[in-house]
Design a protein around this ligand. Structure first.
Ligand code: HEM
Ligand code: HEM
Length: 172
């Protein structure tokens, strides 16, 4: 079957790094421990790289390729309402909304983590801790939505989308 490269190596490394860090930091390691902080900063570094990559790369990684503008969202939404098959090589507009929200939560986690860990002013401050927890738990909800969306789209399109995030390739 003819396939085409959609997700470049940087997107894939970014993706699986943030996925592993999220699961490790939310469920497994000591909150605020050394490993938590190292992993958290690793995800933050990848996010900064991904941000700039969206301006200099080509194809599906570019912000301009997938940014969910109102006209793109309306087009996607109305094609869903009409029951038409919607497929594009790259993020769909509604999927992109979830992705940008996930990236924003990661940025919020890194910022509040930094405030708690590296500044005297915010060390031990309750609202910063609460905000950090809020970003982490919102991200958990978005990740569930994201995975359900990926699985639903994989069934609908009869295409293995999780595999595409490993190989980088999708059906032409
Ligand atoms: C994917 C990234 C991250 C996730 C999912 C995450 C998740 C969490 C969660 C769920 C808690 C417990 C919050 C609570 O119960 O109140 C926590 C605590 C903490 N996190 Fe993170 N975190 C991340 C990144 C970071 C980063 C980058 C830093 C620091 C640079 C950091 C520093 C801390 C600290 C110091 C605490 C302990 C707060 C306290 O004293 O209760 N985290 N984190
Ligand atoms: C566990 C935490 C996860 C997080 C935080 C996460 C986050 C993200 C982000 C930020 C993107 C956008 C990538 C970019 O443009 O650079 C993305 C895309 C994607 N993710 Fe995840 N992800 C997670 C788990 C998963 C899992 C478990 C799967 C597979 C079942 C998956 C499959 C995908 C796929 C297929 C795409 C591309 C979607 C599309 O067709 O537009 N993700 N994810």
């Amino acid at each position: 079957m003819a396939t085409v490269q959609v997700w470049d190596p940087l997107i894939r490394i970014f993706h699986w790094t943030v996925a592993v860090v999220f699961v490790a930091n939310y469920f497994f390691n000591e909150k605020g421990g050394d490993l938590h902080i190292i992993l958290g900063y690793t995800a933050a570094g990848m996010l900064v790289l991904r941000f700039f990559w969206g301006f200099v790369s080509h194809g599906a990684a570019r912000w301009s390729d997938f940014f969910p503008t109102p006209s793109r969202l309306v087009a996607h939404w109305s094609s869903l309402l009409r029951g038409e098959g919607y497929r594009r090589l790259g993020h769909t507009p509604l999927g992109a909304v979830v992705m940008i929200l996930m990236m924003s939560c990661l940025a919020g986690l890194a910022t509040t983590g930094y405030m708690m860990e590296e500044t005297d002013m915010f060390w031990g401050v309750e609202w910063v801790k609460d905000l950090h927890w809020g970003f982490a738990t919102t991200l958990l909800g978005l990740v569930v939505l994201h995975i359900l969306g990926v699985l639903y789209e994989s069934c609908r399109l009869k295409e293995n989308l999780p595999l595409s995030m490993i190989t980088g390739r999708r059906r032409r």
